[in-house]
Design a protein around this ligand. Structure first.
Ligand code: S3P
Length: 446
């Protein structure tokens, strides 16, 4: 069922909010806990559709999965290599991370499993993981062009792999490392551009031996010693910086705003948006810095700011890969030209985000064009015109980005379907309206 939703211009946003758990960390916590010995307690787990799909999959594979209360989960693990053949097809919903990481785990378990997802996930490329995973001895039977639904014929006799990733993708890196867990010897992954390292940090947190070497040219080689005993532990999931990005930009672009966003993960491999917004002139302070389960965390104090256009280099893309839709909204409100480079990967996210943003911005009266893998946005420092309804094409971040733009635009901005927001940030509408936004199913609210 589709749920159209409209965002009307807000007066100003004020308040103090807490951001739900990080999606990347939540998936990994559930997966590693299911392969540990003993009972892991997770606090602050993101309870959104993508993560629930992973929790269901780990239960179907034999882990015991129990929810004690909001964000508090207990997972009884089966040990490395101890998962069992699932009775049913594993449905990973909308989640590329859930699907690709789990394919890694299942590649080195000696049984056959079947995986599917929603219409968006079934369009996305999977060869980027099936190719390296076949190096362990697994076999995949996929639909044309390597797409889901697919069958995973796992191996019980895995060989470790030495893999150089041709794409800057934490999902690809993580799929190979997770397959390496049940292979004897050392699995190595080299990435030319460092991507988010939640898998490496969490593997260590569970007791695996993981070493990381810098390679000439700024890359990294990650070495994992296979077949460790993972020990159950306690995990506090930090708030998701990719979700915080929406109230953050909303406060920056909505006149008179002043918002505190608490419990935000500040992993340096995820901080590209904060860096870029500050370069654009955004007033963002960070306080109360601390570390939870190996991840840096802090609170953000944000005030409405006058922004200027900047050039964002392609090297920064891995550290803000999910934040381009909302950054494009900030750029549309800035004075001058913003050039976002190196966006090829955006074409194969939950939707074609490069095309979707360019079209949506143009529909809202913003001067935006695609040039190769770059998105160029020209603003004059005044609020975008708005007055359009944007097709979100099953993409939660496109939906949230345009609803945020509606908070500052002259005229309303609608989305044709807000239901995908539940895949990552079910609290989004209430949280934003609590700050003073006017996001509504109704005609203009008072
Ligand atoms: C993720 C990695 C990124 C990101 C996704 C989450 C992860 O994908 O877009 O939302 O948790 O590893 P890629 O690694 O494929 O760029």
């Amino acid at each position: 069922m589709t749920t159209p939703l409209t965002s009307y211009r807000a007066q100003r946003l004020t308040g103090d909010v807490r951001i739900p758990g990080d999606k990347s960390v939540s998936h990994r916590a559930l997966m590693l806990a299911a392969m540990a010995v003993g009972e892991t307690r997770i606090h602050g787990l993101l309870e959104a559709e993508d993560v629930v799909a992973t929790a269901d999959a780990m239960a179907a594979l034999g882990a015991s999965v129990a929810r004690d209360g909001s964000g508090a989960w207990r997972i009884g693990g089966c040990g490395v290599g101890g998962l069992r053949e699932p009775d049913q097809v594993l449905d990973m919903g909308n989640s590329g991370t859930g699907a690709r990481l789990l394919m890694g785990i299942l590649a080195t378990h000696p049984f056959t499993s079947f995986m599917t997802g929603d219409a968006s996930l079934c369009k996305r490329p999977m060869r980027r993981v099936t190719d390296p995973l076949e190096g362990f001895g697994a076999t995949f039977r996929t639909r044309s062009q390597g797409r889901l639904p697919l069958a995973i014929l796992g191996t019980g006799d895995a060989l470790p792999v030495d893999f150089r990733s041709p794409v800057a993708s934490a999902q690809v890196k993580s799929a190979v490392l997770l397959a390496g867990l049940n292979a004897p010897g050392i699995t190595r992954v080299t990435e030319e551009k460092p991507t988010r390292d939640h898998t490496e940090l969490m593997l260590r947190h569970f007791g695996a031996q993981v070493s990381v070497e810098e390679t000439p040219g700024g890359g990294r080689t990650i070495c994992l010693h296979g077949q460790p005993e993972l020990s159950a532990c306690e995990i506090v999931v930090p708030g998701d910086v990719s979700s915080a990005a929406f109230p953050l930009v909303a406060a920056v672009i909505t006149e008179g705003s002043s918002v505190t966003i608490r419990n935000v993960g500040l992993n340096p491999l995820r901080d590209g948006l904060l860096k870029t917004l500050r370069e654009m002139g955004a007033r963002i302070g960070i306080s109360n810095r601390r570390t939870d389960a190996g991840e840096p965390v802090g609170d953000l104090d944000v005030a409405a700011s006058e922004l200027v256009g900047v050039d964002v280099p392609p090297e920064r893309a891995p550290s803000m890969i999910d934040e381009y839709p909302i950054l494009a909204v900030a750029a549309a409100c800035a004075q001058g030209t913003t050039r976002l480079h190196g966006l090829a990967e955006l074409r194969i996210k939950e939707s074609d985000r490069l095309g979707g943003m360019a079209d949506g911005l143009a529909a809202c009266g913003v001067n935006a064009e695609i040039d190769g893998d770059s998105l160029i946005i020209r603003g004059d420092g005044s609020p975008p015109v708005g007055g359009a309804t944007i097709p979100v094409d099953m993409d939660h971040r496109i939906a949230m980005a345009f609803l945020v733009m509606g908070m500052a635009a002259k005229d309303r901005i609608g989305v044709d379907d807000a239901s995908p927001i539940a895949t990552s940030f079910p609290e989004f509408i209430d949280l934003m309206n609590g700050l003073g936004a006017r996001v509504s199913h109704e005609k203009e609210p008072q």
